[in-house]
Design a protein around this ligand. Structure first.
Ligand code: NDP
Length: 450
């Protein structure tokens, strides 16, 4: 049995039933093979065995009372994975599907993503199996207050700084921050994605989506093209998808799809951004609503999806941006994308493409930006928010956006140069994993066995 498969088998024994976590680990370890062979120091010091184990796993009960007076209980998580490069940093996800395996996969990915930004941030992730959908504002506030009543004792501006993710946006960060402040009497930069009136950074809301488009543009420029005039497929209709679409319009591209948990929307004229923001950000309704205003658009409900994949990837487009959730782009989807002339994929979501879809993209040598590189603009801008908070400053939108563009270019270069160094030019999966790993692993070596 190979070293990698032995590691996965050990994980499956010691941390059972965490399939998404093993998937994330396998993808990283496979890319690391050339590095582990050329430099034995990492294996000699058990860096792999240490890096797959979170430094600390916090699991807690989140009791709260719904609007009918009924007591509800959810499971809360914070996985503090790795602090070699800086304070733990990574989002909170509130979604019915959340479990320890999902949070561990996200936390593990976060270590390498954060390392790739070149900034001083460690990796973590957290959340709860709570679904804000259909809950009143007051229920969400009570849930967030209960969640923070446990979490506050584990976090701090130089210890662990959570942010948003699926189901955690500006509203939830506000309630979480309010409770933190009440419990600690401290006005700390302990969360990022805060409101602009109370310590937030300009550009943080837009950063993941904008960054993902900057990454695609960098990949295309490397091939002597630009994104201008290209037809684009986007999945998701949340924070990342909306600001991906906004930046695509600014760059003169035409995004023709988006999707949510009810189905896929296709508008050949381009998705109307104002309508999308109104339906998803303000009203929090299904994308189906879009048809009321634009009856010529098409909506494919979830029930009508192909058995082997997702409707969104079956429309023809030149560049694809998966921005919803994990494993939302299958091998069959990848084949359709390629057959329809798609030659660039930039991942806004975390691990949205299945392993066999990724294999196909790499084998066919299309421009493929894995999530840990392409969506790192969000966490990078969160770190800029931390810097502003520490210096009691607020930078302008233009300043933040300039920094974001520079960081995305650096990440692209770091991945490309590392891929070339290991004899696989253009393989950004290998480049991202090795470049991210090497930075964390070298810091771990220098800090001793801790
Ligand atoms: P949001 O909650 O704002 O939006 C998520 C979108 O994806 C919604 O449209 C939601 O549909 C849809 N969705 C979520 N889960 C599913 C599912 N199981 N099946 C179908 N559709 C689903 O989250 P974000 O936009 O913040 O996050 C999207 C992705 O980007 C995630 O993978 C996240 O980890 C990643 N990411 C986010 C960052 C950020 O800064 N926010 C940073 C880096 C990565 P509906 O509207 O119906 O709920």
């Amino acid at each position: 049995m190979s070293y990698i498969h032995r590691t996965i088998a050990d994980l499956a024994r010691s941390s059972p039933a965490q399939a998404l976590f093993y998937q994330a680990v396998e993808e990283v370890l496979e890319s690391l093979e050339p590095l582990l062979e050329s430099d034995p120091i990492y294996r000699q010091n058990a860096i792999i065995e240490r890096i797959v184990e979170p430094e600390r796993q916090i699991l807690f009960r989140v009791p709260w009372v719904d609007d009918e007076g009924q007591v509800r209980v959810n499971k809360g998580y914070r996985m503090e994975f790795n602090s070699a490069l800086g304070p733990y940093k990574g989002g909170l996800r509130f979604h019915g599907s959340v479990n320890a395996g999902i949070i561990k996969f996200l936390g593990f990915e976060q270590i390498f993503k954060n390392a790739l930004t070149g900034l001083a941030i460690g990796g973590a992730k957290g959340g709860a199996n709570f679904d804000p959908k259909g809950r009143s504002d007051r229920e969400i506030m009570r849930f967030c207050q209960s969640f923070m009543t446990e979490l506050y004792r584990h976090i701090g501006p130089t210890i662990d700084v959570p942010a948003g993710d699926i189901g955690v946006g500006a509203r939830e960060i506000g309630y979480l921050f309010g409770q933190y402040k009440r419990l600690t009497r401290r006005y700390d930069g302990v969360l990022t994605g805060k409101g602009l009136l109370w310590g937030g950074s300009y550009g943080r809301r837009e950063a993941t989506g904008y960054g993902c488009v900057y990454f695609a543009q960098n990949m295309l420029l490397g091939r002597g093209e630009t994104i201008e005039g290209k037809t684009c497929l986007v999945s998701g209709a949340g924070n990342v998808a909306i600001y991906t679409i906004e930046k695509l319009y600014q760059f003169g591209a035409r995004p023709i799809t988006c999707s949510d948990s009810t189905g896929t929307l296709y508008d050949p004229h381009g998705i109307d951004l104002d309508a999308l923001k109104r339906i998803k950000e303000e009203q929090r309704l299904s994308l189906r609503e879009y048809l009321k205003e634009f009856p010529k658009a098409e909506f494919v409900p979830l029930e009508a999806y192909p058995e082997d994949g997702h409707a969104v990837w079956r429309f023809p487009g030149q560049v694809a941006f998966p921005c919803a959730t994990q494993n939302e782009l299958t091998e069959a989807d990848a084949r359709h994308l390629l057959a329809n002339g798609c030659s660039c994929v930039s991942e806004g979501a975390n691990m949205p493409s299945t392993p066999t879809a990724v294999e196909l993209f790499v084998r066919e040598r299309i421009l493929y930006g894995p999530g840990k590189a392409a969506n790192a603009g969000g966490v990078a801008t969160s770190q800029l928010e931390m810097s502003q908070n520490a210096g009691m400053q607020q930078w302008s939108f233009e300043q933040v956006d300039q920094r974001l563009q520079g960081i995305m270019l650096d990440i692209y270069r770091r991945c490309s140069e590392t891929a070339a160094e290991f004899g696989q030019p253009g393989n950004l999966v290998l480049g991202a994993n090795i470049a991210g790993f090497r930075r964390v692993a070298d810091a771990m070596l220098q800090q001793g066995v801790v």
